[in-house]
Design a protein around this ligand. Structure first.
Ligand code: NDP
Length: 415
């Protein structure tokens, strides 16, 4: 896998033809950032496919601007009227089958998976099945089915490149000791050389809006307060996940699969400034950190360009301003999602699918005013405790477990 990755990066940097990108979830926060990167790439990147779920008017506007080969509306019930004009010049596909077709189209070199939640797994799966390079923002794909996705990538020659800022930082830090270190997917490399050089990964976390809030006030926080992230501007679901730290739990699981390291070697540090995006501590005691402004356009660009460094739209750090960078150990009583994430990363099997489904339903219930904020993680823990663990579920079985866990979570919400 390591040689494959290096070949991919060399190929990306030598390729003169534009890299054709399928942006899954083009109407979302990551989708928008990706389109900024494409627009600023001087033709190096083009948008070959754009997808949306319901925001068809926004999709039509993006299609006018970026002129993709194909657009897909994944919700078959979505309003099609705004796309009437688009249909004259562009192939417009509908529903999950449309997504399958677009992702595997020959016009696509790289698939950016930026659909939110477990719904993103289908696109990730189809991309790897077609042997494409998958730039993965949708961390839920790995939470649900990390083991199966890497098995699939090994079979088809598909590649998974990290987009999440923390995992991109680790990818960059690991590159500092190539060729010995294996940046990700080491499980299939047949060597343990890369992994042996890593003492631990340190994922940084801003701590979200409630880092210092007295614990007994957490039950009264409002949706607006939970959506007010101090450093990152993101979609609603991941913003709530950042406030509960379920996002960091998912990132532990994501790192476990991407870098093939055990949960015990993946730590979390609170870093309120969100300048250090994550770090790798090596066996000699050296720690390599990657820093930059909190702007997803940087890791997106790096993944779409196969680690080639180019000028881009992300603003550089202002080195004229004095700044303090803090690093603090996380309070696991305040954020029980962190030990939960470590446990799921350790257990694997069906645990990820169940906790992901429970979290999606609980977050939606909080956003709808049905449960208080502090119950979100507790509900996820309860659903996980009550499910019958399965060690090696198939993809179909994972979808079934996902469906059941969603129903089970509803009963905890109604209690
Ligand atoms: P948003 O909510 O902003 O956007 C979600 C996108 O997914 C939209 O294009 C939406 O379409 C589409 N979508 C929603 N539901 C479905 C569905 N059931 N099937 C297909 N498409 C659907 O999310 P973000 O951009 O914030 O996050 C996207 C992913 O990236 C998440 O997995 C998140 O964890 C990850 N990520 C996000 C970061 C960020 O900074 N935002 C940082 C790191 C990772 P429509 O608009 O038409 O409804």
């Amino acid at each position: 896998m390591q040689n494959q990755i290096i070949r991919e990066e060399v190929r990306a940097s030598q390729q003169t033809a534009p890299r054709r990108v399928a942006v899954l979830g083009a109407t979302g926060s990551i989708g928008q950032s990706a389109l900024d990167v494409i627009a600023a790439s001087d033709g190096r990147l083009t948008a070959a496919v754009l997808t949306a779920h319901r925001q068809t008017a926004k999709l039509a506007e993006l299609a006018r601007r970026f002129r993709p080969e194909i657009v897909v509306v994944t919700d078959p019930q979505a309003d099609r009227a705004p796309l009437a004009e688009t249909e004259r010049t562009t192939r417009v596909l509908y529903g999950p089958d449309g997504l399958d077709l677009a992702v595997s189209a020959p016009e696509v070199d790289v698939v950016l998976a930026a659909i939110v939640g477990g719904a993103g797994l289908r696109g990730s799966w189809r991309a790897l099945e077609a042997g494409k390079t998958l730039a993965l923002a949708n961390k839920e794909s790995l939470v649900l089915a990390g083991s199966l996705l890497f098995d699939l990538a090994r079979k088809t020659g598909g590649r998974i490149l990290p987009v999440d800022s923390e995992h991109s930082a680790i990818w960059q830090a690991l590159a500092s000791c190539r060729p010995a270190a294996t940046p990700y997917g080491a499980s299939d490399s047949g060597t343990s050389g890369g992994k042996d050089l890593v003492r631990r990964l340190i994922l940084t976390a801003s701590g979200g809006p409630f880092r210092n809030k007295p614990l007994d006030e957490l039950e009264r926080v409002t949706v607006a307060e939970a959506l007010a992230h101090p450093t990152w501007k993101m979609g609603k679901k991941i913003t709530i996940d950042s406030a509960t730290m379920m996002n960091k739990a998912f990132e532990i699981i994501e790192a476990r699969w991407l870098f093939d390291l055990p949960a015990e070697k993946i730590d979390v540090m609170i870093h309120p400034q969100s300048i250090i995006h994550s770090m790798v501590e090596f066996v000699d005691g050296a720690v390599i950190a990657q820093m930059g402004t909190p702007d997803m356009r940087l890791p997106i660009q790096l993944a779409l360009c196969g680690m080639e460094r180019r000028p881009g739209p992300a603003a550089p750090l202002d080195w004229n301003a004095a700044r303090t960078l803090e690093l603090l150990p996380p309070d696991e009583e305040r954020f029980p999602a962190i030990p939960l994430g470590r446990r799921v990363a350790r257990d694997g099997g069906s645990a990820g699918a169940v906790v992901n489904a429970a979290n999606e339903v609980a977050v939606a219930a909080f956003l709808a005013g049905k449960i208080p904020f502090h119950k979100i993680t507790g509900i996820c823990q309860s659903v996980l405790e009550h499910h019958q663990f399965e060690k090696e579920p198939s993809l179909e079985r994972l979808f079934e477990l996902d469906r059941r866990a969603r129903m089970e979570t509803q009963t905890w919400i109604s209690d």
